[in-house]
Ligand binder design. Structure first.
Ligand code: UD1
Ligand code: UDP
Length: 375
């Protein structure tokens, strides 16, 4: 049995969803751990609903470090560092585990690293593990790109979804001995939940939808919704997609998007069905039955690939190029003409790809590595 605890730091919807299989496996294997929730996401529909649906233990520490988006990224991350340091100094875990590219992930990794720099006179050392390491959009205007780059370069254990991310990291000078190919934990989550979603979700009936009769849309990235012009372009494309494809468009709207829509005084085109953000089971079941997914989300690109549903990405780049290579994803940008073209192409394409993102055993591999060293 390991001597010291593991510590998970998370704060947003995708981190909760993607760390859930690792945390549950820790609990099942009786590995000592605790969790720090930064409070980056706090609305019930972006936070607590997932703990309930995924049967996750409540975090031992719940901070209330809400963002002030669209401004003051530094303030947000800085407040997290201060609060997380207090907890880590008290608990002194063996390793801090962060996932992905959010401010919460950066704060967890950086706090542990800062504590370890005092090792020569305090004896304190905390290792850092990064789940979903090595992804790159090469777009430094995205806060996520900075977060993931720094988290990678601070980490002792870098868990990459595929060989491609391992290659990227080695090229950046990360020693190969720190890199472990595990697959993406989203595949674990999807595999563990899809049968439950089929059994429990009533969302198709609730929205009056049938299999293949609708496009599922999500939109929340800073570069898309905090720029009035880009946001307007995307809204224009929705109208055109609806009339060109003759399919309904269902849009569970992220609170950031709702906030910016009101601030810019923009209107959603008529006939686009806007609903509140959903729980994971309803959302997963809507994805599974969609004719097509349109998104700027990282996790949704991966889920569409895993479920063999075509995806059109409303961005100029992706840090998930494997999905494009196997044909599950088209990068359409934000120009309405290109978006409509991409949707038509994706609807016609064969959905026969092999999932490059893993086999659903990423969590097992991650914990096996961490337990090998934590003796
Ligand atoms: C954050 C992550 C992004 C991730 C997304 C997942 C960063 C820099 N961004 O973006 O990578 O894709 O989470 O959804 O870490 N809000 C609420 N309730 C909530 C959470 C947010 O109303 O529970 C509203 C608030 O007005 C807030 C805004 O959304 O200011 C933005 O929240 P924030 O966490 O900064 O960014 P996200 O867009 O959620
Ligand atoms: N998701 C959800 N309900 C919704 C929209 C998305 O449960 O209404 C889930 C989705 O299945 C995926 C995750 O949220 O697992 C993606 O999160 P998000 O798009 O917020 O962040 P990103 O992946 O872009 O960081």
């Amino acid at each position: 049995m390991p001597k010291r605890k593991l510590c998970f730091v998370y704060g947003t919807r995708p981190e909760i969803i993607k760390l859930s299989p690792v945390i549950k496996l820790c609990r099942k294997s009786k590995i000592p751990f605790f969790c720090i929730h930064t409070g980056q996401h706090w609305s019930y529909q972006l936070d607590r609903i997932f703990f309930k649906e995924l049967s996750l233990p409540a975090p031992q520490y719940r901070l209330r470090i809400k963002s002030k988006a669209p401004f003051r990224q530094g303030d947000h991350t800085g407040r997290m560092l201060i609060a997380i340091e207090d907890i880590m100094l008290k608990e002194m875990p063996y390793c801090v585990i962060v996932q992905g590219d959010t401010n919460s992930a950066l704060a967890g990794a950086l706090t542990a690293e800062k504590i370890s720099t005092t090792e020569s006179y305090t004896g304190f050392h905390i290792k850092v593990a990064h789940v979903e390491a090595g992804l790159r959009s090469y777009d430094r205007t995205m806060p996520e790109e900075t977060n993931r780059f720094i988290a990678d370069h601070l980490s002792d254990f870098l868990f990459v979804p595929t060989a491609k991310e391992g290659k990227i990291l080695r090229k950046e000078g990360v020693p190969g001995s720190r890199i472990y190919k595990t697959g993406n934990t989203i595949v674990d989550t999807v595999k563990q939940c899809v049968a439950v979603a089929e059994k429990e979700s009533l969302i198709l009936d609730k929205l009056g939808l049938s299999k293949g009769s609708y496009v599922l849309l999500t939109l929340h990235r800073q570069e898309n919704v905090d720029s009035k012009k880009t946001f307007q372009n995307i809204l224009k494309s929705l109208k055109e997609v609806k009339s060109a494809l003759k399919l309904q468009v269902i849009f569970p709207m992220h609170p950031r998007t709702a906030k910016m829509l009101a601030r810019f005084k923009l209107k959603i085109p008529r006939d686009i069905k806007v609903v509140n953000p959903m729980g994971f089971l309803d959302f997963l079941w809507l994805e599974t039955n969609a004719a097509l997914v349109m998104t700027d989300s990282g996790g949704v690109q991966e889920e569409a690939c895993t479920l063999r549903i075509g995806c059109v990405t409303l961005r100029d780049n992706t840090e998930r190029p494997e999905t494009v290579e196997v044909g599950s994803n088209i990068i359409a940008g934000t120009n309405p003409v290109n978006i409509v073209k991409a949707c038509k192409k994706m609807l016609k394409s064969r959905k026969k790809w092999r999932n490059p993102l893993g086999d659903g055993k990423a969590s097992e591999r991650i914990l096996k590595v961490l337990m090998k060293y934590n003796r």
